[in-house]
Design a protein around this ligand. Sequence first.
Ligand code: AGP
Length: 599
Amino acid sequence: MCGIVGTTGMINGVDIVLEGLTRLEYRGYDSAGLSVRNPDGSLQVHRREGKIEHLKNLIEQKKPVSSVVIGHTRWATHGVVNEQNAHPHGNDLFSIVHNGIIENAYEIKQELMNEGIVFQSDTDSEVFLQLLTLYFKQTQNIVKSIAKSFERVKGNSAFVIMSKMDEHLYAIKHGAPLVCGESAQGQLYVSSDPYALTGLTQNLIFPENSVIAHLNSDEQKISFYELNSKLSKRYKVEDKLDHQDVVSKGEFEHFMLKEIHEQPLLVQQFCHRWTEPEKRVIEQSSDLPHLFIFGCGTAWHAGLSIKNFIEKKTELRCSVELASEFRYRQPKLRKNDIAIFISQSGETADTLASAQLCREEGIQTLSIVNVKGSTLYRTCDQNYLIQAGPEIGVASTKAFTMQVLTGYWLSENLIQNKSLKSGIKPVEVLAQRIQELLGRSQEIQKIAEEVYSKKSFIFTGRGDYFPIALEGALKLKEIAYVHAEGYAAGELKHGPIALIDSEVVNIAIIAPELMDKTLSNAVEVKSRKGVIFTVGDEKQAVQMKEFSDYFLGLNFEGLAELAPLYVNVALQIFSYYVAKIKGTDIDKPRNLAKSVTVE
Ligand code: AGP
């Protein structure tokens, strides 16, 4: 989380940095700031609590001009959300921005304070600034001081540094994303995210861990150094990303709504891309690998759906792992096992750490990822791009659908197998069905208007619909700030049913499969005065309406195992309208960030 943008060169960089920060605001929006360097070398910091809009207003008043600028949009880790803790952090000599966490900040801070250094903020980031200043006073060498400071801090971080001494920028990272780029005119850029540099640079340069990038505006080039100050070759150069226009909301009130509406077209495009691979990941053999699927949040839910496909369609054994937990267990990995990582951003710290661990164990790694060129994309042996396009709403919608679809394709094409194959037909039906469902948004909105003020929402589903119950609940709590839980329908009676009263809504997914059992679970809730909103098979409408307070009838015909994705879109629309009625910040819900780049 946190977005970083910096530039140095011939032109005034303030607008460039503000524009880059606006593109990265989804990474954090607790506060924003930028630093400029005046011609006399003095450094000026402009910061504001809250969204980039607040910073823009300040810049509008102050009108700073500088050819060297660094900026930051913050998702708070250490230190409350206020202007004092906003980045950049600076003094007379340096100004720095930081993304990540310095895990040993407390002990270094104590040490520096004992030496009389006074801290201006409660952030861990300022520790790096103070170390840098201390070492610079001793060495008078910027690169050496960065190296020494960097060697002291633990954890995953990226730093960009501006100094009084020159008009250059310096950057370094460990385990956090960092990318540099050069324009044809010699303007130099650095960012935490290639997206900020789209359309600005002719290349993208990704320094490896512990490599110092030196953006030298005098020579109009970027050089790289090892921590011992020797020139480094540890960086990768890639062509610039395909030009993407900076995404706009178009006719929609929110990005989330726009992204929900993009799904029919994306699903249709997926059909056009459907081909059988020349070579399968797994050659049929007697010693089949175990598949480990990793993800966080929505991506983990996608993994649960994909596991169901794999188990149905192949002989493979498969487990789904919360990336944030996996490393702390004693997982038993074998050399021929395969690890699949699911991520929209490709920058989620926990997912990346698990990928790293699997690589160290020598296991084949595959990703199901949206952002081409992301750290995950560059880490894995093989990548399956979900091609959902930029997802800006913090609540993931279209990425989930495309992750699951990609997993569906993979489950049929991973291994030469004789088992069940459903192929492309259900995907075509899915595109049409989602389109029809979007046309019924008002119907769903009306139900949202009836129940939005209830105190709690329990989403239930069985089998293939259990991951959808989890995903539905996550979406609602994330954007509507309301208590919601996803439960396997059969588990309610093992505890959560104690919560049921007339203030609790049970959103019961009752699909044709396991209908009788799931239906009984909903009736049990009704008997305890719970409010029932059934999302179920329209063919059973009469029976379902008997116990349901609200009923959304869906046509499951022809969707085979993709029907859960169709149900999920109904739940996305429902959450969207509950949040809209509540007046929350739908695209940037409080306390969240789009890419979670801290562990
Ligand atoms: C989804 O709505 C969430 N914002 C969140 O759970 C997200 O899916 C998770 O942080 C993983 O992100 P990734 O897909 O970019 O790795």
